[in-house]
Design a protein around this ligand. Structure first.
Ligand code: SER
Length: 589
């Protein structure tokens, strides 16, 4: 039996011994990226470096990144889909390319993990008008003894990765599959089929293109390798498990649920949904940027997950307190590799309990209301007004109403629901979902300037509010505005807002040069730089200094001089979630 801990260790050791620097997992909340709500892949925090910026740790990197993908939420409950997962990744930033990448993967799988090469199948890019057929990768695999009939040529739909959004780094990939000891669904079954014969465990992307807004592919300045291996899936495959829920990261929670859940139809699915959603919620609540349940953006996704878990708990006749029990188990299981969960355990349990209390009160009544509505429904269609009532009065996220409707064979007038929602002037979660599905931030000069303004804003908040404890809780930048979240217990007064704005404009008027230096993290700390001081992996960091105004650890990019910013204006200050304030600001001129 191999555990998640052993696989993480073996992976990092292998790549370290092959010249890779080990970097720490980034937060689940991306920095300065308006188009995605969560970090969805190991490459996500590395986009500036894939585009050519120099990484302080060098050109060979490896890590274990916490990731959230909620696009497949309806598939959770099957053997392999999870909303949270850990991605083992290794990168070449303009260093090695296809041959070495395939060599590393083959050696790690067969020599370190001891997988029988006969159980490995691979796919390579079949070629089209954008890029040639990848015979080179096929030959590399064949040179290791992978039989030609286990090397599959697949089209862009299967064997191309990225860009994560609309534009950016992307390229053909080669994917690695474990062939399971189950009958194939047909003679033509291949890794493109999801019958379960082939389970993908690793994806090596050869990022050599930069997709443009017009759809064309230009060569990237440097050829990169971006790989990602799903930790839970790989542990399941190595142990011959049928599902990820049998692995050590889930087993204690599944055992608890198994003891307590009633014997009802679809029991296993319900247990898996709870195990998955509470794990994801634990990581979101415990993240270094700590999300709390709310009606917008990340907070809304978190709320949906907790509420959905509660609904399944009710079906399984579980006391809602079992969900907090599950979170406690996860904190214990994960606090070694992810110390933030241990450090934030009180917040995780407290916020979870609060959300459970909030929703438990209305869940039962809401379900009764739903049943009542069913009786009066015409043409098997629920009106938008009824769906909105379930949301507004009983706290049912629309996705939950849609799911319940589907289970009962009816549809919902979603447009009608949206109209009611807008009427009540609340921000639509559809926006949040769209963002989630979207891509990565652009790195234009305007966004760089707004990013610089964000540093000045944080420094000014600290100066005006005189609170040593003020920290960045989130940052989101579009070409038009910045949005900045920070911890503070109350609304800012008009005078405070004016003073903050003035302090930022003072730094702009001073026209100071922005200096970027690489230095050991200890030195950055000694110089009083703002940032996350976790020296577990990362010993060299980039520090951006803006005269005497601001000094922050950051990946960049930034303006060259504060004078480039024009005039800074705060357009809004509001609550973001409990104990967190949000400022929206623009630069003009
Ligand atoms: N970015 C690729 C993926 O997510 C490889 O890491 O699959």
């Amino acid at each position: 039996m191999i555990t998640a801990k052993q696989l993480r260790q073996q992976y990092l050791d292998f790549f370290r011994s092959n010249g890779h620097a080990i970097i720490r997992s980034a937060s689940l909340i991306p920095d300065n990226d308006p188009t995605v709500l969560f970090t969805t892949a190991g490459m996500h925090p590395l986009v500036p470096y894939l585009l050519g910026a120099k990484h302080p740790q060098g050109t060979r990197l490896a890590d274990v990144q916490k990731c959230v993908r909620t696009g497949d939420i309806d598939d959770v409950g099957d053997a392999t889909h999870c909303t949270f997962f850990e991605m083992l990744g290794n990168w070449s930033l303009g260093d090695y390319f296809k041959k070495e990448s395939i060599d590393f993967s083959y050696r790690f799988l067969t020599e370190v993990l001891g997988i029988d090469p006969a159980r490995i199948a691979v796919s390579v890019f079949a070629g089209d008008e954008d890029a040639p057929r990848d015979e080179f990768s096929a030959d590399c695999w064949a040179s290791h003894g992978i039989a030609r009939d286990r090397i599959f040529y697949l089209p862009k739909k299967n064997n191309w990765w990225g860009p994560a959004g609309i534009t950016g780094p992307c390229g053909p990939d080669t994917e690695i599959f474990i062939i399971r000891d189950v009958p194939a669904c047909s003679e033509t079954c291949s890794p493109a089929c999801d019958c379960g014969k082939y389970v993908e465990i690793w994806n090596n992307v050869f990022m050599e293109y930069d997709k443009q807004a017009d759809g064309s592919f230009l060569p990237l300045a440097q050829k990169n390798v971006d790989t990602g291996m799903g930790l839970e899936r790989t542990v399941a495959m190595l142990n011959g498990f049928e599902s990820v829920y049998e692995t050590d990261v889930f087993r204690p929670v599944m055992e608890l649920l198994d003891q307590k859940a009633a014997d009802v139809p679809d029991r296993l699915k319900g247990m898996r949904v709870i195990a998955d959603h509470i794990r994801t919620a634990t990581f979101m609540l415990g993240d270094e940027k700590g999300v709390t349940p709310s009606n917008v953006d990340q907070g809304y996704i978190l709320r949906r997950l907790i509420r959905r878990a509660l609904r399944f708990a009710r079906t399984l006749e579980l006391d809602p307190a079992v969900l907090t029990e599950c979170a406690r188990i996860y904190i214990d299981l994960y606090k070694e590799p992810y110390p933030e969960l241990g450090e934030n355990s009180a917040r995780i349990l407290d916020e979870l309990e609060k959300e459970i209390t909030r929703f438990s009160a209305t869940l039962q009544q809401g379900l009764k209301e739903f049943d009542k509505l069913l009786k009066y429904i015409q043409n098997n269609r629920m009106s938008g007004k009824a769906a909105f009532k379930l949301y507004d009065t009983y706290g049912f996220p629309i996705e939950m109403t849609l799911e319940l409707a589907r289970d009962n064979g009816i549809t919902v007038d979603e447009a009608g629901y949206e109209a009611c929602f807008k009427e009540h002037q609340q921000k639509s979660q559809a926006g949040a979902e769209q963002k989630f599905k979207g891509g990565l931030a652009d790195h234009t000069e305007q966004t760089a300037r707004l990013h610089t303004a964000t540093h000045l804003l944080l420094a000014s908040l600290k100066k005006v509010l005189g609170d040593e404890g003020i920290q960045q809780k989130g940052s989101n930048i579009t070409a038009e505005r910045l949005r900045f979240d920070f911890n503070f217990p109350r609304a800012l007064t008009p005078d405070e807002l004016k003073a903050v704005e003035a302090a930022v404009n003072e730094a702009i008027a001073a026209g100071v040069e922005i200096v970027c230096e690489e230095m050991p993290i200890e030195q950055a700390r000694a110089q009083g730089a703002t940032g996350v001081f976790d020296s577990k992996y990362q010993d060299v960091v980039k520090v951006y200094t803006m005269g005497g105004f601001s000094k922050e650890i950051c990946g960049g990019p930034h303006a060259a001089n504060t004078a480039e910013l024009g005039k800074f204006k705060i357009v809004k200050e509001q609550s973001s979630s409990s104990g967190v304030r949000r400022i929206k600001g623009v630069i003009e001129g």
